[in-house]
Ligand binder design. Structure first.
Ligand code: NAD
Ligand code: TYD
Length: 356
């Protein structure tokens, strides 16, 4: 099969962490393709992350909410995208525990709204593709062994993963019922530059810089499979152009690590880079009350995308973490900007509850 080609791509959530990397990658790699970034600019969306693209002719930004039907229709009429890369979401598990309804609004209703508009816009056309970027958390939690693969039954256990699972089901239902061309990938934990400091890695980096306690939930033995964000972006590019319609692909880093091992590795790297005595940052580690319903282990088997297209992650955790820390150290103004205002309120409410 020859690669699909697109003249216009609509990327939702392009001002967020993964979205900003996706937008940058597509704008630079495909200069003759128009890239439309649609984002509501919630607390986790930040145009500062895309400043370097403002002068690019093929980059366009539209501000709005994916649940707003007239607005989404207008975006489709104005830009006529042939590919939707749907990343816009409420993305943080802890926030989903505090406010599940917001996750239903954006992740479920917003996705169905986009599916409806895409279905109507692409009726009788074979050019459209709706690609939903999803998470491995839809599969639930693993014991000490085994991996999630594309046939693993869904078993979401947090309000976040339940809302993402619901979006995945709707996308498949739209293919089955209306023949809407869809594709889904389920990816493991991403990390890298521009990640909002509510997620484990940037939160720990930010707290080391502020000499604040490093809150490790429970016994710190929960396992995540970490993937450097650019590796995820390369996989999205491949699948958008070559992935089989209606297929699901798992994307993972082959980089399993317990939270405590990861935080210790991060502390040692930061001591080295900040020229502090070894052990300085580790002394900030504080075990706190566990997250309710905390999934024990995620691990992804990415052999389908590897065998189909040769994709594999290029960075191990040590290298990816070092690059990530370097970026945060060189971009303290970004960190300062995103942690001003509402972040402080979230942080004190969230971590006061964790008895920190
Ligand atoms: P993020 O929170 O950093 O970014 C989400 C973006 O969506 C923000 O720019 C925000 O402003 C925007 N947004 C939120 N609600 C919106 C709405 N109603 N309308 C329009 N825009 C809205 O999230 P992320 O970590 O970059 O994740 C992006 C996608 O990838 C999500 O769908 C997430 O479920 C998925 N994913 C993330 C990871 C991960 O480790 N971060 C792993 C697998 C899959
Ligand atoms: P997170 O980055 O929130 O991603 P997810 O919950 O989607 O996997 O958390 C990664 C792991 O780190 C998870 O097991 C929860 C844990 N964690 C902490 O121990 N302390 C923290 O302050 C945060 C934010 C997460």
């Amino acid at each position: 099969m020859s690669d699909r080609r697109f003249q216009t791509i609509l990327i939702t959530g392009g001002a967020g962490f993964i979205g900003s990397h996706v937008v940058r990658h597509f704008v630079k790699k495909y200069p003759s393709c128009q890239i439309v970034n649609l984002d509501k600019l919630t607390y986790s969306g930040n145009l500062e992350s895309l400043k370097d693209l403002e002068a690019e002719d093929n980059y366009h930004f539209v501000k709005g909410c994916i649940t707003d039907e007239p607005f989404i229709k207008k975006v489709f009429e104005d830009h006529r995208p042939e590919l939707v890369l749907h990343l816009a979401a409420e993305s943080h598990v802890d926030r989903s525990i505090l406010d599940p309804l917001e996750f239903v609004r954006t992740n479920v209703l917003g996705t169905v709204n986009l599916l409806n508009v895409a279905r109507d816009a692409w009726e009788n056309k074979s050019t459209g593709l709706f690609y939903l970027i999803s998470t491995d958390e839809v599969f639930g939690s693993l014991g000490p062994s085994g991996f999630f693969n594309e046939d693993t039954p869904y078993d979401p256990r947090s309000p976040y993963s339940a809302s993402k699972a619901s979006a995945d089901h709707f996308a498949r239902a739209y293919h089955h019922t209306y023949q809407l061309p869809i594709l889904i990938s389920n990816c493991s934990n991403n990390y890298g530059p521009y990640q909002f400091p509510e997620k484990l890695i940037p939160l720990m980096i930010n707290n080391v810089l502020d000499a604040k306690a490093l809150p490790v939930y429970g016994d710190g033995k929960n396992v995540r499979d970490w993937l450097y964000v650019q590796d995820h972006v390369e996989a999205i590019d491949l699948l958008a152009h070559r992935g089989e319609i209606a297929h699901t692909y798992n994307i993972g880093g082959w980089n399993e690590c317990t939270n405590i091992d990861l935080v210790e590795m991060l502390c040692d790297l930061m001591d080295e880079k900040l020229e502090k005595a070894r052990g300085t940052s580790r002394s900030l580690i504080s075990f706190v009350k566990d997250r309710p319903g905390h999934d024990r282990r995620y691990a992804i088997d990415s052999s389908k995308i590897h065998h189909a297209f040769g994709w594999k992650p290029t960075k191990d955790l040590q290298e990816g973490l070092s690059l990530t820390i370097d970026w945060y150290l060189s971009n303290r103004s970004w960190l300062k900007q995103v942690t001003s205002g509402a972040y402080q309120k979230y942080y004190s409410e969230m971590y006061k509850a964790q008895e920190l």
